[in-house]
Write a protein that binds this ligand. Sequence first.
Ligand code: L34
Length: 291
Amino acid sequence: MVLIDGKKISLELQSEIALEVKDIIAKGKKQPHLAAILVGDDPASQTYVNNKVKACQNVGFKSTLIRFETTVSEQKLLSKIDELNNDDDVDGYIVQLPLPKNISEQKIIEAIKPSKDVDGFHPVNVGRLVLNLPTYVSATPFGIVQLLERYNIPTDGKHCVVIGRSHIVGSPMSILMAKNTKLANCTVTLCHSHTKNLKEHTLNADIIIAAIGKPNFVTADMVKEGAVIIDVGINRVNDASLAKGFKLVGDVKFDEVSKKSSYITPVPGGVGPMTIASLLKNTLIAAKKEF
Ligand code: L34
């Protein structure tokens, strides 16, 4: 079994990006700039956004964090988005999800200028992904594809089972893995809460991508010997014995599944850090105005 080190690959990618930033600055061009909007004080979201800000410093990007109270109105958010859309210094920006219930995520996402939508969540960018046009591939699926690539894990003709159909991960992941590209070319099965006999599907999988947000959901009896396991879940499970009061647990029961797998991502230190590196990559693409 090979443990896929997402943290290490993320740092490698960040070093590569840092070199490109040096080059951009040396050519007298402006420093790439990522902005992030964070609404409320959800501890997990704060951690993720802080990690994004730190990574920006790491690679030499300018970053701006814009914070709002949970009670902020949709109108106020939309006017900040309008401001960012028209700010020539900002190359790309994200609105960290989830948003409070009284705010329509769809309305907010649709207000983002597609050319600055480095999360790749805008319908225009999702459409471009489906049609094989240059676009921002959303950060988590993009990160997973890069992990498979850096570990030389064969995908061509393999059967990939994606569990979960969220807009952020499962759905774009299934589209990406089915593409006729060097990094994909899989036969893809997209499983979800209404899938019957899930185990029948997963037992046939060469690659399982678990993105359902249920701790320890994928167990050893669901996995074929030698399968590649990508665990997207980062569930906070209460643990009074730890100072912070919780531990991070993936969607995969790591101890037993790792024994059957050929490659597996840990939680933390697997897919999470790759999400960050991919966001930086998309921001670099935005700064270079590649499309
Ligand atoms: N708009 N909302 C928007 N874009 C995104 O790309 C995200 N996502 C997901 C949630 N909402 C979003 C993230 O940023 C999940 N996500 C994310 C980002 C970073 C990490 C995990 C999820 C991460 O850094 N994970 C670390 C551990 C962090 C911890 O200690 O809690 C890891 O090693 O997995």
